[in-house]
Design a protein. Structure first.
Length: 169
């Protein structure tokens, strides 16, 4: 789960090691992609180029609230059009969710970093992917051709790890 039943990421899922890992990854990305409820809310956030997935526009448009953001409706334009509009033609794209956004990119990920907090339970929470809890996130990633690498421990006391799931040629 990536949020509780009300759709909010609870304090129980916030760990300093995970936050440092996430922040470093976003700081090194050329473009961030997220849905309307997913936003990292960090000090560097306003400086990051981003594409926000929305159904409120026909295709691609400037975000009137953020000069570094492009609004994108996948039903009206290909992802490449959103990247072009954002002025990003190469580099690393960080997809930070939510579930429907992750689902859109499942067959395009080179690497998906799956963070897990083994001691946290969020009954009725918002799943990371469609299909969870019927399947595990690991089963879904594997079905899309991704294979797990070595997990990194981000917070040993709280059982927090991150595992790279990578597409092998």
């Amino acid at each position: 789960m990536l949020a509780d039943a009300s759709g909010v990421m609870p304090e129980a899922l916030k760990f300093e090691g995970d936050k440092r890992f996430f922040t470093a990854a976003l700081d090194s990305a050329d473009l961030i992609v997220h849905g309307r409820h997913s936003h990292e809310g960090q000090p560097n956030s306003p400086r990051r180029k981003r594409v926000a997935v929305t159904r409120t526009i026909a295709g691609v448009a400037d975000d009137p609230l953020n000069p570094n953001a492009t609004l994108w409706n996948p039903a009206g334009a290909p992802f490449e059009a959103a990247c072009n509009h954002a002025g990003v033609h190469a580099g690393t794209v960080a997809v930070i969710g939510g579930p429907s956004v992750f689902d859109m990119f499942m067959d395009r990920f080179d690497t998906f970093w799956l963070s897990q907090a083994s001691k946290v339970r969020l009954p009725g929470g918002e799943a990371v992917f469609s299909g969870v809890p019927g399947q595990t996130p690991q089963q879904i990633l594997a079905q899309h051709g991704l294979k797990p690498g070595n997990a990194q421990v981000l917070d040993e006391a709280n059982g927090v790890t991150v595992t790279p799931w990578q597409r092998k040629p």
